[in-house]
Design a protein around this ligand. Structure first.
Ligand SMILES: Nc1ncnc2c1ncn2[C@@H]1O[C@H](COP(=O)(O)OP(=O)(O)OP(=O)(O)O)[C@@H](O)[C@H]1O
Ligand SMILES: C[C@@](O)(CCOP(=O)(O)OP(=O)(O)O)CC(=O)O
Length: 420
């Protein structure tokens, strides 16, 4: 190491992802090895991402982390497993300009500071743990000059949170469950990049929820211990769906993609219901959204939108193209108008150009929306559910992790090694 003290930092940005074929159930709790393959789509980091700055300095006395402005402990087993795996793969780092020289051996004694910020709510069912853990592993791997490809890094991120391994890539990603006991072949691979199917538009309905949810970790443990359905799902259903889903993605076959995505979300929630005690992640609003989408898709004769729900009530709606997304947004705003004191710019966030496509500029345009034709047909007056959705996020498939070289984007003060 160089004689005088220094702080060496790296900043990275990592996206979140949503599974279209779900991971639910582990065969090894410590290594986080799943009972089936899964497939996800990475979401555009412009709208949902984690930014993490990491630093190393001979002055640091212990590993520390700050998440969204608050110091949090890094002592948890999952963080420790990731740190251990990364340290064991660290290599020499040299920055002549700053007079920094770290050898492979030095990393065993050096401590790191981690400062991370999610540009969306943490622990709100929007997969912050996936983006967060992937970003932690990716940024530390760059800092420590870990010379491994993204798939090998995904196997480390997997030990932080299973779904995090899929956030090491953009586009469509498959997490291969693997067979090895040590988990070395349980890795993520990219199926296609984000440009392959860039017509897709994703709208997330963040559904108000007061009830405390069961965490994914404990929920899936209970499922594996008590559900008979999950065994059938993992052995018989998912392997076939994985093949069909890969084909649908390769061919940009939206009807097949939508059918598989909706069926797999529904089966995941059926498996939750088959757990003892049963787990209810969706609420009445989630169920309403499913039934509106099903009705609309049936009315059109071919799917316009696919829905999928993770371990919570939020709906992730994947539209075939911008036209379908604009029509979807009109429907969503018709059924779930904002409270009168909410302002439109905070009710629909992310890619607001979809709002323009939908012809909605202000609250009056929402009030003027007429019931969708598929509802008119049923001759029952359409009921509205004001306030049942907190807000909508408009986004699209996005890219994988990147290093941010612009020093002004760093979250760490390069003089002190503490959060800016
Ligand atoms: N940027 C981050 N850096 C490191 N760890 C993070 C980061 N963001 C979230 N986490 C970890 O993930 C936890 C939240 O995970 P949790 O599974 O409860 O919620 P979620 O991932 O937002 O929602 P869900 O899993 O239901 O989609 C946080 O308490 C923290 O431990
Ligand atoms: C429903 C899911 O989102 C479950 C994600 O579970 P986590 O990855 O959060 O669980 P741990 O591995 O225990 O950290 C489906 C999915 O993302 O595939």
């Amino acid at each position: 190491m160089a004689a005088e003290n220094w702080v060496f930092t790296v900043t990275a940005q990592t996206p979140t992802n949503i599974a279209v074929i779900k991971y639910w159930g582990k065969r090894d709790e410590d290594l986080i090895l799943p009972i089936n393959d899964s497939i996800s789509v990475t979401l555009d980091p412009d709208h949902l991402c984690t930014t993490t700055s990491v630093a190393v300095s001979p002055d640091f006395t212990h590993d520390r982390m700050w998440l969204n402005g608050k110091e949090v402990s890094l002592s948890g087993g999952r963080y420790q497993n990731c740190l251990r795996e990364l340290r064991s793969r660290a290599s020499d780092v040299e920055d002549e300009k700053k007079g920094i020289k770290i050898t492979k051996k030095d990393w065993e004694k050096l401590h790191v500071h981690v400062v991370s910020y999610n540009n969306f709510p943490t622990a709100a069912g929007l997969a912050s743990s996936a983006a967060g853990l992937a970003c932690l592993v990716f940024s530390l791997a760059k800092l420590m000059n870990v010379k491994e490809d993204h798939s090998r890094l995904s196997a480390i991120a997997r030990q932080g949170s299973g779904s995090a391994c899929r956030s090491l890539y953009g586009g469509f990603v498959k997490w291969i469950m693997g067979k090895e006991e040590n988990g070395s072949d349980s890795i993520a691979v990219q199926l296609t990049d984000e440009k392959h199917w860039d017509d897709l538009v994703i709208i997330i309905a963040v559904v108000s929820s007061k009830q405390k949810e069961t965490s994914s970790t404990s929920g899936m443990r209970d499922t594996v211990e008590t559900s008979m359905l999950v065994e059938h799902r993992a052995k018989e259903v998912v392997p076939k769906r994985i093949i069909q889903m890969e084909e649908a993605i390769k061919n940009r076959d939206f009807p097949a993609f939508a059918r598989l995505t909706c069926a797999d979300s529904n089966q995941f929630h059926a498996v939750c219901l088959d757990t003892l005690p049963p787990i209810f992640y969706m609420n009445d609003t989630s169920h309403r959204i499913i039934s509106y989408v099903e009705k609309w898709n049936r009315f059109e004769g071919t799917p316009q939108v696919a829905y999928t729900f993770d371990a919570g009530p939020n709906a992730v709606l994947i539209s075939h193209n911008r036209k379908a997304a604009a029509q979807l947004l009109q429907r969503l705003l018709f059924f779930f108008p904002p409270q009168s004191d909410t302002d439109l710019s905070s009710y629909v966030i992310g890619d607001k150009t979809i709002l323009q496509d939908a012809g909605i500029q202000d609250m009056k345009d929402i009030e003027a929306l007429s019931p969708p034709p598929e509802i008119k047909e049923t001759n029952t007056p359409a009921q509205k559910y004001k306030g049942d959705v907190s807000y909508f996020i408009c986004t699209r498939p996005g890219r994988g992790p990147v290093v941010l070289t612009d020093e002004s984007r760093s979250l760490i003060n390069p003089e002190t090694g503490l959060p800016k």
